[in-house]
Design a binder for this molecule. Sequence first.
Ligand SMILES: [Zn+2]
Length: 270
Amino acid sequence: MVLTTGEYEVYAIKYGTHARKRSENFIMGDPHEGPMPLDFYVWAIVGNDKDGKQQTILVDTGFDRAMAAKRQREIFRTPAEGLQKIGVNPDSIKDVVITHMHYDHAGSLDEFPNARYHLQDREMAFCTGRHMCNATTRFPFEASHVSTMVHRIFEGRVEFHDGDAELAPGITLHHIGGHSLGLQVVRVRTKRGFVVLASDATHYYENMETMRAYPVVVDVAQMVEGFKTIQKLATSKDHVIPGHDPLVLAKYPAVQGLDGIAARLDVDPK
Ligand SMILES: [Zn+2]
């Protein structure tokens, strides 16, 4: 790992969206029906290496335009284009954390030619094993993404983790079960405290706040326990960043000129 500063800037970059209803976002439905759109993000952690050179760790790789068409999702820019908007060249990325192998988190793996991928053992076993024989369990995964990751493994470009791991001073990975067997979240030290990039450990603030699981889930009990774990890992509730909530861009200050596209998460919410 190249970063050594111990305190980082963190960015949420929105690349797409999908129209959903409230009843689709909670496992037992929701009595107050209405629109509750789901946004697609990747996240960037920016710091300096020992020579003072700026380095970025990317968290998740989203999906590309072909996948958006296949899954009928709206895409505004590819994750690599989103990174360029905040001034980061995708070729410069040396480390990518894949929180889990779902289609909206582990696509466009060819866009980062110099990256090494950080993944939980359990996630790779899950998405290449017996559970992918079942259409319900398989639905959020794409064989093309999984097979690309297999190629990355054979190229020596994947670093596996089993549970908690330190990626750099002040940046740690934590396994949270529930949504996918090997999902991991990223805890990052910032000047306002420890921010937790929760990814799909909680899709929306409301899943965590009301302890109601999202319907794409392999273990409801573990997902609900995960809501508590991510809050313990973060300095406060306001330091947990859900994986798909449009409120993230509403709450945090936009990067200059990138309203509705990118926000700073290492500064206090508005
Ligand atoms: Zn997911």
